[in-house]
Design a protein around this ligand. Structure first.
Ligand code: PDD
Length: 280
């Protein structure tokens, strides 16, 4: 695989960053995941804008190559013959050659790394037909979930808890309300209304979420952006998640209780179809 590190395209085995890199020592880094379908980047502009926002919120310098990111994404798709898959991008505050809690001064340049993951046929995931099972767990993450940092240990733990329970993912709950999934935004459908949590610092402002809500409104579907509980979700007609890597994925079971018919719902199926159609 050809990867990108700080201006260079290299075979992955030759790519190196410092052991003092702050993303390694302090989780002082942000990331983006952009999907590729049929060789085409999905929602690149949205991901670039959110990256810029994450950098601003953390007072992290923009990498010098920021304005070339589209070109770098395209070059990696080409070099690695990616038809369907993902591009992972990470920016860290770089390495001051030591460990220090304080941010280094501006002479320390950020680290920029990108690599590809090939997932042939990712839009035809069998899970879209069967739906996913989720458990609910406490949301024990920090308070700035709107910033896409690489602090992913708790989401990893959540996935492992889900796996141990024979499920596919976990929905995170804070003060009695669902925030989001471990790596996706969460939705329920009641009657003809789509319900998903309002944007705030409590959740990541999903790029797929923005697109899917726009398509839903364009298709005259009703959307309510508000918090919901696990009880309300278990009593809903359907549920689903969205993310760059899963698009729109139905959820059919929550904490062992079937949602609606226990089969993927029609709203989720329709939104998935529209999203994939519009993205290709
Ligand atoms: N995760 N919420 C969280 C906590 C996420 O990590 C993600 C994305 C989303 C969905 O955002 P988007 O639609 O922009 O992908 C919501 C990525 C895919 C990941 O960590 O792999």
């Amino acid at each position: 695989r050809t990867v990108y590190v700080n201006g260079d395209y290299l075979p992955e085995e030759d790519a190196k960053i410092s052991i003092f890199d702050r993303s390694f020592l302090m989780a002082d880094g942000v990331y983006e995941v952009t999907s590729v379908l049929g060789g085409k980047l999905i929602d690149f502009d949205g991901h670039a804008k959110r990256l810029e926002r994450s950098l601003n919120e953390l007072e992290m310098q923009k990498p010098e190559a920021f304005d070339d990111l589209l070109e770098i994404h395209r070059e990696l798709v080409r070099a690695n013959d990616i038809v369907d898959g993902m591009i992972y991008l990470q920016v860290s505050r770089g390495s001051a050659g030591d460990r220090d809690f304080a941010y280094p001064d501006a002479s320390v340049k950020p680290t920029l790394v990108l690599f590809t993951q090939s997932k042939p046929g990712m839009a035809d995931s069998p899970m879209a037909k069967t739906g996913m099972k989720v458990i609910s767990i406490e949301d024990a993450r920090w308070g700035r979930r709107d910033i896409k940092t690489v602090q992913l240990l708790y989401p990893s733990m959540g996935k492992m808890m889900a796996k141990a329970a024979g499920c596919d993912d976990a929905w995170l709950v804070e003060d009695g309300f669902v925030t989001e999934g471990t790596s996706n935004n969460a939705y329920i459908v009641k009657g003809d209304t789509i319900i998903t949590r309002q944007l705030s610092n409590d959740i990541l402002h999903g790029i797929t979420r923005a697109a899917v809500l726009r398509f839903a409104r364009e298709a005259q579907m009703k959307v309510e952006e508000r918090s919901f509980t696990i009880d309300e979700a278990q009593d809903a007609d359907e549920a689903y998640i969205t993310s760059a890597s899963t698009f729109v994925m139905p959820v059919v079971e929550l904490d062992g209780k079937a949602i609606g018919t226990g089969k993927p719902g029609t709203v989720a199926a329709r939104l998935r179809e529209i999203y994939l159609e519009e993205s290709r």
